[in-house]
Ligand binder design. Sequence first.
Ligand code: NFS
Ligand code: SF4
Length: 624
Amino acid sequence: MKAEAFTSCKATQAMIEKTSREGVTTVFHRVREKKTCPFGSGGTCCRLCYMGPCRVKDDGQDAGVCGATAETIAARNFCRMVAAGAAAHSDHAREVALVLLAAARGEAPGFEIKDEEKLWAVAQDLGIDPVGKSKNQLAEEVALKALTEFGQQEGELSFVRRAPQKRQEVWRRLGIIPRGIDREIVEMLHRTHMGVDQEYVHLMLHGMRTALADGWGGSMIATELQDILFGTPVPIRAKVNLGVLKPDHVNIIVHGHEPLLPELILLAVRDEELLAQARAVGAKGINVAGICCTANEILMRKGVPVAGSVLQQELAIATGAVEAMVVDVQCIMQGLGQVARCYHTELFTTSSRARLPGVTHLEFDHHRGLEVAKEIVRRAIARFPQRRKVEIPVEEMDLIAGFSHETIKYILGGRFRASYRPLNDNIINGRIRGVAAVVGCSNPRVRFGDLHTTLVRELIANDVLVLVTGCAAINCAKEGLLVPEAAEMAGSGLREVCEAVGMPPVLHCGSCVDNSRLLIAATEIVKEGGLGEDISEVPLCGCAPEWMSEKAIAIGQYFVASGVTVGFGVAFPTTGSAKLSEFVFGGMKDYVNAHWFYEPDPVAMARTIIAHIDAKRKALGIDV
Ligand code: NFS
Ligand code: SF4
């Protein structure tokens, strides 16, 4: 098997080859065996009832047994993806809110309120008066209010009021302001049940409302409450790629999405008694590294090294140097269990919501989280002497992360007059042509990581400031795009700005729930003035060239509904219906002033993004 065909990442290639040699099956081996189905891929396979399943041709004649047409089926499927993605982000947020509540009440040892400034700001945005309240009293009120946002039946989600006025009016006119997070998701599932909502535009409008309940609801709550608990990120240096695993240390990988248990594991590995135990088995120390968005969370706040992105999870174990891998929810491949059994790694599922067959389950309960963390570390140490077949790739790269929207304000505006003014001015004077968000997953059906880096190199060379999150951020980091020196690859205008403040041309803004930070950053740009009155007027574009998850669709949909045009690569789940595709790729503009586009080629995607940015500049009269 030719590992180079999958990616140019040398560490990944080496581990694909190692697993092939050792007869271990990974995502890269399985993807070759699985052909995609054109009906499923284009969105026109319906299995919502058992008069079917029905695979429907888009010829104006064909329909499912119930009479459902291609566009109805594709819209229902698309909207269900939005609902599932929104549910994932929001259920993560719910867990964080429950931990914040317990921490405020002193019932979650190891957790405390770290960022009081953020606590005050969030309290005010939730309509709570912080004055005269103790830290814990206020945190309790914030947690309780956040929890009501899930079950609320009427009215509007609180954070919607953070959006630019003009955008709120767009949503109100369309009747798509989310009432309650759970309500919109449940209604989306109801509407897409057999025989309910069968008008595709009507479905897609509720799809937008559900997505907004994620972006300005669930995801935003997750980000904000995590900042309160663990601190708002500031720029921090760290390392990335499989080379961060240490040959002479006990290696523990934290993988998944919730930073709750990982934060406690970071506490536990500083425990003197456990360190002594590690030394007693011949290790020099204990090394913690992350995968996926858990990695991004603890990287942003603690500078913990990142072992890799989603497609490297099995490969990390295949190094033979990982004593324990701890997973919680989302993007965890079932294949991990099989790979772990081929090495000495103990794999732990830790969320009450997720188990893998044949895998140790040690449940994270925030009332006794620190004990669970210590137990995991202890068991990892016990595995250290069982290592065999160790081969750690040498590749590792420096990066800077930690660009919360607050940080962007400071770094560009200066500590004494933190504001978005300098960023806006640099966009207006043309040094920065515009801003692109490059986010989302990796997908073994395309060259892993290469689409992200090809696209990003093209964008910065054309003076587009790039904001990255999720696995896209990890992949760009691995190629050295997240260090100040990368400014050398930027166009002269962007380079000048980056060099003046010492920042990279590609800013790591966090995990996938942290895409909510980008909504706030876009809003701050609008509020600063000079670049229009709505997010849709700013020279801004979003994309996920290697996407795969339903969460990515939810994110894309909330960006579009918020006025940001978004491009996806790989394949697009509406292409089986011409009508629905016309709507998402064009018609949506009439509703929200933004739309989706599909472009599998990264260079062509960069051109589309730049053209989009230029059109926005022209409309603002800042065409230079
Ligand atoms: Ni986002 Fe982050 Fe990665 Fe995709 Fe999965 S880890 S939540 S879904 S694969 S970017
Ligand atoms: Fe077929 Fe209609 Fe049932 Fe879908 S809902 S499976 S199109 S009969």
